[in-house]
Design a binder for this molecule. Structure first.
Ligand code: GTP
Ligand code: MG
Length: 277
């Protein structure tokens, strides 16, 4: 049963308006589902009053305010460059691998650049994926400047006529201002060689409302064209997905639903909301 269906049916059975207790119950369940305070308030308003079926009213509140922008990954008919950023452990490297596998399936040539030079293990992790998927791989010398590695990767992507260049970056806390400005530098330097079509911010769905706080800091540091919300499989807090997009006005383009290469899906808001009931 969907996240909201039990609540909605409980609610619908109360014919002439719900009791204050039932309302309070409903509200706390919405907050538990990580809808966030604003969206919860709006859903509560729709639940209390309005015409038509309760379910429809709630669904339309949940869908309102989502980004009207395309959820497709931007593509160029020449080289498409995609920069992947986010806080530590959100799933950046795995998402890069999943994207690489997807593009490769579509018959595109893919280069992965390991601009996470902070840990040797991070470079190895990406290299292992590159070998397994059988796509190109670029790394710099140990502890090299991430912007320099990304720049060299971009040059290689152009010179060797790759279709897709995916750049993996080190996880960073949104509160570390020097690391945040490093991201802007990576992007700037890559753009000396080739335009960056997508900057994807990877957020961990299980962190709920905190993901919104992270995203705001990343948005302040560099333009973001899309969000990837990972670990939707392990999250009972799926409601965060709607709150994230409403707050940030950046489209969620993809959701991660597992650790495997195939576990990356486009985000379809209508289907998602229908699934909640
Ligand atoms: N269940 C689940 N696990 C995921 C998903 N995406 C990534 N993971 C797991 O999350 C862990 C961290 O993933 P990474 O891709 O290494 O994360 P990262 O953001 O690159 O981490 P750092 O480079 O250390 O900042 C790994 O164990 C992944 O398998 C997902 O959608 N669902
Ligand atoms: Mg990583």
């Amino acid at each position: 049963m969907g996240l909201l269906s039990k609540l909605v049916s409980k609610f619908s059975s109360l014919t002439s308006g719900a009791s204050p207790e039932a309302l309070a119950d409903f509200e706390s369940e919405l907050l538990t589902a990580d809808l966030g305070p604003t969206l919860t308030r709006e859903v509560m308003e729709a639940a209390r009053k309005g015409r038509g079926e309760l379910r429809e009213r709630i669904a339309s509140v949940l869908l309102a305010g989502l980004s009207p922008l395309s959820r497709e990954i931007a593509a160029s008919d020449r080289l498409t460059t995609i920069l992947v950023i986010g806080v530590n452990g959100t799933g950046k490297t795995t998402t890069v691998a999943k994207l690489a596998a997807r593009f490769q399936r579509e018959g595109k040539s893919v280069l992965l650049t390991a601009a996470d030079t902070f840990r040797a293990a991070a470079v190895e992790q990406l290299e292992t994926w590159a070998k397994r998927i059988d796509v190109g791989f670029h790394k710099g010398s140990e502890r090299a400047d991430p912007a320099a590695v990304a720049f060299d990767g971009a040059k290689r992507a152009v010179e060797e006529s790759f279709d897709i260049h995916l750049i993996d970056t080190a996880g960073r806390l949104h509160t570390e201002s020097n690391l945040m400005s490093e991201l802007a530098k990576v992007r700037r330097v890559v753009e000396k060689v080739a335009p960056v079509q997508e900057t994807l911010l990877v957020l961990d769905a299980t962190t709920g409302q905190n993901a919104i706080i992270q995203a705001k800091e990343f948005l302040a540091a560099t333009p973001i064209t899309g969000i990837v919300l990972t670990k939707m499989d392990g999250s009972a807090k799926g409601g965060a997905i709607l709150a994230v997009e409403r707050e940030l006005k950046v489209p969620i383009k993809l959701i991660g639903i597992g650790e495997g290469l195939a576990d990356l899906k486009p985000f379809d808001p209508e289907a998602f909301v229908a699934g909640l009931f």
